[in-house]
Structure formats: C-alpha cells, structure tokens
Write a protein that binds this ligand. Structure first.
Ligand code: AMP
Length: 118
C-alpha cells in the first residue's frame, strides 16, 4: 500500500492534532491511545512515513529500525512498565484490523493482561 499522509498519525507528526505526549526522539513519538484497551495503553508512532511493519522493515536502515525499537523501550520505561511487564502489538494490514495506515506499536500494561484477548 502506498503511504497516504492524510492519516491521523501523519497529522500528529505535523503538529496538526494534539496528543498527550509521553516520549519523543529522532525516530518516534509516543502518546496515550485515545480509546485505551488496558489500564495503560500507549502508541509509539514512527517518524518514518511507512504504512505498516513490513513497509518499515523493507524500507529502513538497520539503525532506523534499532532507533524505533529503542524508542518503544524508552516509552515503556517512562511509563514504569519494565518491572511488571507489558504487551506489544503491531497491527499490520487488513486481517489485523489495522485502522491507521502509519506504523505504530501499541504498548499495553498497568494490569495483568494474561486473560485479556487483545
Ligand atoms: P490500529 O487499529 O492498530 O491502527 O490502532 C489505531 C489506534 O489509534 C486505536 O487504538 C485508536 O484508538 C488510536 N487513535 C486514533 N486516533 C487517535 C488520536 N488522535 N490520539 C490517540 N490515539 C488515537
């Protein structure tokens, strides 16, 4: 799928939509999900204009991939999720139910998710 910069996360990156920001670096911006599915639910969006996980991996350098992955961990640290743990979800493509066509990781935590069907 071609990247389309009309999506809501591209607007957040351009500063056109406000978010409750948690963390930002050269590779990613993190903020709270507007419709949380766990006590703590954050999104880590890439600064790279890529649609999904496959697009990101195929069109990024090793250091860009590492930088984005590290930003996920930095966000989990800021949210104090390291000790008790968290769940990472990448919806990618139609069958996953991905709604926003811009790479993002969901970080879910703050409670026991072992019985959650997410
Ligand atoms: P996905 O289904 O993986 O594409 O997830 C998209 C997520 O973005 C959903 O969990 C939405 O609740 C969330 N979302 C959509 N718009 C916003 C927004 N403006 N701020 C924060 N989260 C958003």
């Amino acid at each position: 799928m071609e990247y389309n910069s009309d999506n809501v996360f591209a607007k957040i990156l351009r500063g056109e939509i406000e978010t409750n920001k948690i963390y930002e670096d050269d590779y990613a911006i993190s903020f709270y999900d507007i419709a949380p599915k766990a006590k703590v639910h954050a999104l880590v969006i890439s600064k790279a204009m890529v649609v999904d996980f496959e697009d990101f991996i195929e069109h990024s350098t090793a250091s860009e991939i590492a930088g984005y992955m590290r930003a996920i961990v930095r966000t989990a640290e800021k949210l104090n999720l390291i000790e008790d743990g968290y769940r990472l979800v990448f919806n990618s493509g139609k069958n996953s139910g991905q709604e926003v066509p811009h790479l993002h990781a969901h970080i879910l935590g703050g409670e026991d998710l072992s019985t959650h069907n997410i």
